[in-house]
Design a protein around this ligand. Structure first.
Ligand code: EPZ
Length: 423
């Protein structure tokens, strides 16, 4: 398995281009199942998760062509001929569950493997299933698969989510576009990826109002037509690379960065002593002092501080002057980066969903292990300012969500390389 070797190498400077959002693309791609006309996505990120979703859609009979090096995904589900999303693919990527809603809405049936848990938590899909039942689907869970049927099609319903769920909101939103009548999603997630999905569905002829707020109303239509849609900028990749100059020093411009996508995160960076400035090309980030100040963080659904930036923020706070408290409120086990950072000399105490970080002046490079996508990149960020060499193993986690990380960081002066793994 490949490894990434990072050596603390002083301040960074230059520009980093931000790609299209993985988590938007992973819900936009299944939307092709809603129509027999072509759906083309531009500004798509080149990531292993996107390739996994491509394989899944192709296994259902959809055509997916990655053009222009993978930045354009030309899709058509005209030839849909299989309604079963196999465990072998689904177990690799939980977002596979997002084919359930579109397939059920268009075909009236779908068999999708339950995704199972993952490193950061049990991550059930009960809210997805309850939404489909509310819309009149019959669901039968057996041998690890959801067997869903909606004879005569789905019906509009009022769905009040007890917990804000990005995936359940996306699945129900897609299904509702073809349901008979009106669907109202209450306590809906407000993430930019959902706003992006709604905009794409509207281009396909869907009637949707309220995306980006907690209440989304959808008037079902008989059919959707094709469209072309650009994937929104990846706010998590953006936030991740904003932390590079904050940790290593210097100044970096994030091309395509939008402040509205990372407002709560940028506010925390400013409080820590990092400047975030809008430019005509994106966002410019620079650390204003030798050491950042400690700040407290609580992860919340958008527009709060994103859970997907918690691990990366912890890497910064390991170097801060003072003690920071990070509260992880979205997932039950999302501090697996803490023991790895502690191998580098970080002073962190984890109690349940709270991590207390006592900042230190220096971290020492060490061999560390990536445990999940965002934990892996937080170790790389810490390595940018650690003394000596940090070797991050199991970087297949990293490649799920970050395009060419060694190239993007190397181009702004980081000393970083990918070492081909053995076996
Ligand atoms: C999406 O996951 C993202 N993934 C995650 O990003 C992100 O961390 C998460 O939203 C929260 O923002 C994609 O978009 C592909 P949720 P999702 O449903 O939809 C509980 C990354 O690093 N829940 O909003 O699975 C759940 O256990 C990934 O890119 C239920 O209880 O997240 C969690 O505690 C990691 N029942 C909370 O809700 C359900 O049916 C939020 O989960 C669904 C969720």
């Amino acid at each position: 398995m490949d490894r990434i070797v990072v050596t603390g190498n002083g301040p960074l400077s230059g520009q980093i281009p931000i790609a299209g959002a993985k988590n938007a693309c992973l819900t936009l791609m299944p939307a092709t199942l809603l129509s027999d006309e072509p759906l083309t996505l531009t500004n798509a990120p080149r990531l292993s998760d996107i390739r996994t979703m491509t394989t899944l859609l192709q296994s259902l009979g959809a055509e997916v062509s990655a053009l222009n090096g993978g930045q354009v995904l030309a899709m058509s589900s005209h030839g849909l001929n299989n309604h079963t999303a196999d465990y072998d693919i689904v177990r690799k990527m939980r977002a596979s569950i997002l084919v359930l809603g579109p397939m059920l809405a268009r075909e009236g049936r779908a068999i999708v493997s339950l995704p199972g848990g993952c490193a950061i938590g049990a991550r059930p899909v009960d809210l997805h299933l309850k939404a489909f039942e509310a819309m009149g689907a019959d669901l039968d869970l057996r041998d690890g698969y959801v067997h869903a049927e909606a004879k005569g099609g789905l019906k509009g319903a009022v769905i009040d989510f007890p917990v804000v769920s990005v995936g359940a909101t996306e699945n129900a939103l897609m299904a509702a576009t073809l349901a008979k009548g009106t669907t109202v999603l209450k306590n809906a997630a407000r993430e930019p990826e959902i706003v992006d999905l709604a905009r794409c569905l509207r281009k396909m002829g869907a009637q949707i109002e309220g995306e980006g707020t907690s209440t989304i109303t959808i008037e079902g239509v008989d059919r959707l037509h094709g469209a072309t849609h650009p994937v929104v900028t990846d706010r998590i990749e953006l936030g991740t690379y904003m932390l590079a100059p904050a940790i290593a020093g210097g100044e970096v411009e994030l091309l395509g960065g939008r402040l509205d996508l990372v407002a709560a995160f940028a506010e925390k960076l400013e409080a820590a002593g990092v400047s975030v400035t809008e430019t005509d090309k994106g966002l410019k980030v620079a650390r204003k002092t030798d050491r950042v100040r400690a700040v407290d963080v609580v992860t919340e659904p958008f527009p709060g501080f994103p859970t997907d930036l918690q691990a990366q923020m912890m890497a910064l706070l390991c170097f801060a002057e003072g003690t920071s408290v990070l509260e992880e409120r979205i997932f039950e086990n999302r501090f697996m980066h803490a023991p790895e950072l502690m191998r580098m000399g970080a002073r962190i105490e984890v109690h349940g969903g709270t991590a207390t970080v006592k900042g230190v002046e220096k971290l020492k490079g060490a061999p560390v292990m990536a445990t999940d996508l965002r934990a892996s990149v937080s170790l790389i960020l810490a390595g940018l300012a650690a003394q000596g060499e940090t070797v991050v193993s199991r970087v297949y986690h990293l490649d799920r969500g970050y395009e060419r990380v060694e190239e993007k960081l190397g181009n702004v002066g980081a000393k970083i390389q990918r070492v081909q793994g053995d076996g």
